[in-house]
Design a protein around this ligand. Structure first.
Ligand SMILES: [Zn+2]
Length: 151
Protein backbone atom coordinates (compact mmCIF):
# COMPACT_ATOMS: atom_id res chain seq x y z
CA UNK A 1 0.00 0.00 0.00
CA UNK A 2 1.33 3.44 -0.95
CA UNK A 3 2.22 5.82 1.89
CA UNK A 4 0.19 9.02 2.30
CA UNK A 5 0.96 11.26 -0.69
CA UNK A 6 1.02 14.31 1.54
CA UNK A 7 2.72 13.57 4.85
CA UNK A 8 4.43 10.32 3.88
CA UNK A 9 3.00 8.26 6.74
CA UNK A 10 2.12 4.63 6.06
CA UNK A 11 -1.59 4.16 5.23
CA UNK A 12 -1.62 0.78 6.85
CA UNK A 13 -3.25 -0.19 9.18
CA UNK A 14 -4.96 3.22 9.35
CA UNK A 15 -5.08 6.12 6.92
CA UNK A 16 -4.30 9.66 8.02
CA UNK A 17 -7.99 10.47 7.57
CA UNK A 18 -9.10 7.76 9.97
CA UNK A 19 -6.52 8.89 12.50
CA UNK A 20 -7.56 12.52 12.13
CA UNK A 21 -11.19 11.65 12.80
CA UNK A 22 -10.20 9.67 15.88
CA UNK A 23 -8.18 12.64 17.09
CA UNK A 24 -11.04 15.08 16.47
CA UNK A 25 -13.39 12.89 18.48
CA UNK A 26 -10.96 13.06 21.40
CA UNK A 27 -10.55 16.83 20.95
CA UNK A 28 -14.29 17.35 21.05
CA UNK A 29 -14.54 15.51 24.33
CA UNK A 30 -12.79 18.66 25.62
CA UNK A 31 -10.76 16.55 27.99
CA UNK A 32 -7.10 17.09 28.69
CA UNK A 33 -4.65 16.49 27.17
CA UNK A 34 -6.46 16.44 23.82
CA UNK A 35 -9.01 19.26 24.11
CA UNK A 36 -6.61 22.08 24.98
CA UNK A 37 -4.30 21.05 22.13
CA UNK A 38 -7.09 20.88 19.54
CA UNK A 39 -5.95 23.97 17.62
CA UNK A 40 -2.34 22.84 17.58
CA UNK A 41 -3.24 19.31 16.43
CA UNK A 42 -5.43 20.59 13.61
CA UNK A 43 -2.76 23.07 12.50
CA UNK A 44 -0.16 20.26 12.34
CA UNK A 45 -2.50 18.00 10.40
CA UNK A 46 -3.51 20.67 7.89
CA UNK A 47 0.04 21.84 7.23
CA UNK A 48 1.10 18.24 6.66
CA UNK A 49 -1.95 17.75 4.36
CA UNK A 50 -1.99 21.07 2.50
CA UNK A 51 -4.73 20.01 0.08
CA UNK A 52 -7.11 20.51 3.03
CA UNK A 53 -5.88 23.95 4.05
CA UNK A 54 -8.60 26.58 4.31
CA UNK A 55 -8.73 29.56 1.97
CA UNK A 56 -6.13 31.51 3.93
CA UNK A 57 -3.60 28.94 2.66
CA UNK A 58 -2.55 28.01 6.14
CA UNK A 59 -1.58 31.44 7.44
CA UNK A 60 -3.54 30.96 10.66
CA UNK A 61 -2.36 27.37 11.15
CA UNK A 62 1.21 28.50 10.62
CA UNK A 63 0.90 31.44 13.03
CA UNK A 64 -0.65 29.13 15.59
CA UNK A 65 2.18 26.59 15.41
CA UNK A 66 4.81 29.30 15.62
CA UNK A 67 3.05 30.76 18.65
CA UNK A 68 2.85 27.34 20.29
CA UNK A 69 6.53 26.58 19.81
CA UNK A 70 7.40 30.08 20.92
CA UNK A 71 5.32 30.45 24.03
CA UNK A 72 3.17 27.38 24.52
CA UNK A 73 -0.59 27.40 24.90
CA UNK A 74 -0.57 30.85 26.56
CA UNK A 75 0.80 32.34 23.38
CA UNK A 76 -1.75 30.38 21.32
CA UNK A 77 -4.62 31.68 23.46
CA UNK A 78 -3.37 35.21 22.97
CA UNK A 79 -3.16 34.74 19.22
CA UNK A 80 -6.62 33.22 18.97
CA UNK A 81 -8.01 35.95 21.24
CA UNK A 82 -6.48 38.57 19.00
CA UNK A 83 -7.98 37.02 15.91
CA UNK A 84 -11.41 37.03 17.55
CA UNK A 85 -11.07 40.65 18.63
CA UNK A 86 -9.79 41.53 15.18
CA UNK A 87 -12.84 39.96 13.61
CA UNK A 88 -15.21 41.87 15.85
CA UNK A 89 -13.48 45.22 15.12
CA UNK A 90 -14.03 46.27 18.70
CA UNK A 91 -10.48 46.45 20.00
CA UNK A 92 -7.48 47.56 18.01
CA UNK A 93 -4.60 45.76 19.62
CA UNK A 94 -1.13 45.85 18.11
CA UNK A 95 -0.15 42.60 16.42
CA UNK A 96 1.98 40.40 18.65
CA UNK A 97 5.59 39.55 17.97
CA UNK A 98 4.50 36.17 16.71
CA UNK A 99 1.81 37.45 14.37
CA UNK A 100 4.18 39.94 12.78
CA UNK A 101 6.78 37.48 11.51
CA UNK A 102 4.55 34.49 11.14
CA UNK A 103 3.98 34.50 7.38
CA UNK A 104 3.93 31.02 5.93
CA UNK A 105 7.09 30.45 3.86
CA UNK A 106 6.47 30.93 0.14
CA UNK A 107 7.20 27.49 -1.14
CA UNK A 108 5.41 24.41 -2.27
CA UNK A 109 4.42 22.05 0.51
CA UNK A 110 7.07 19.65 1.71
CA UNK A 111 6.28 16.06 0.73
CA UNK A 112 7.16 13.26 3.07
CA UNK A 113 9.89 15.29 4.74
CA UNK A 114 8.38 15.12 8.20
CA UNK A 115 10.22 13.39 11.03
CA UNK A 116 6.92 13.14 12.95
CA UNK A 117 3.47 12.49 11.44
CA UNK A 118 -0.01 11.82 12.79
CA UNK A 119 0.91 8.15 12.69
CA UNK A 120 3.57 8.74 15.37
CA UNK A 121 1.27 10.88 17.49
CA UNK A 122 -1.46 8.21 17.32
CA UNK A 123 0.96 5.48 18.51
CA UNK A 124 -1.45 2.51 18.31
CA UNK A 125 -4.24 4.55 16.74
CA UNK A 126 -5.74 5.69 20.05
CA UNK A 127 -3.65 8.79 20.79
CA UNK A 128 -2.82 7.67 24.33
CA UNK A 129 -2.87 10.44 26.95
CA UNK A 130 0.54 9.52 28.33
CA UNK A 131 3.07 11.88 26.75
CA UNK A 132 0.48 13.10 24.25
CA UNK A 133 1.60 16.69 24.85
CA UNK A 134 5.23 15.78 24.14
CA UNK A 135 4.24 14.00 20.92
CA UNK A 136 2.19 16.97 19.72
CA UNK A 137 5.10 19.26 20.46
CA UNK A 138 7.39 17.02 18.38
CA UNK A 139 4.72 16.98 15.64
CA UNK A 140 4.59 20.79 15.64
CA UNK A 141 8.39 21.04 15.59
CA UNK A 142 8.68 18.57 12.71
CA UNK A 143 6.01 20.45 10.74
CA UNK A 144 7.63 23.86 11.17
CA UNK A 145 11.09 22.40 10.44
CA UNK A 146 10.00 20.81 7.18
CA UNK A 147 8.24 23.96 6.01
CA UNK A 148 11.19 26.14 7.04
CA UNK A 149 13.77 24.06 5.21
CA UNK A 150 15.06 25.37 1.87
CA UNK A 151 12.87 24.78 -1.16
ZN1 LIG B 1 -0.87 11.84 5.68
Amino acid sequence: MEPCAECGAPMNPRSCDELFHALLALDHSRQAPWGPLHGVSVACFLLQHPSRLPSDDGAMAWALLRAYLDGGLDEVDQLVGQARRGNSHRVQSPPSRVARDAALPHRSAPRSGYSVTIEDVAVDGTFPAAEFTERVEAWATATVDAWSRGT
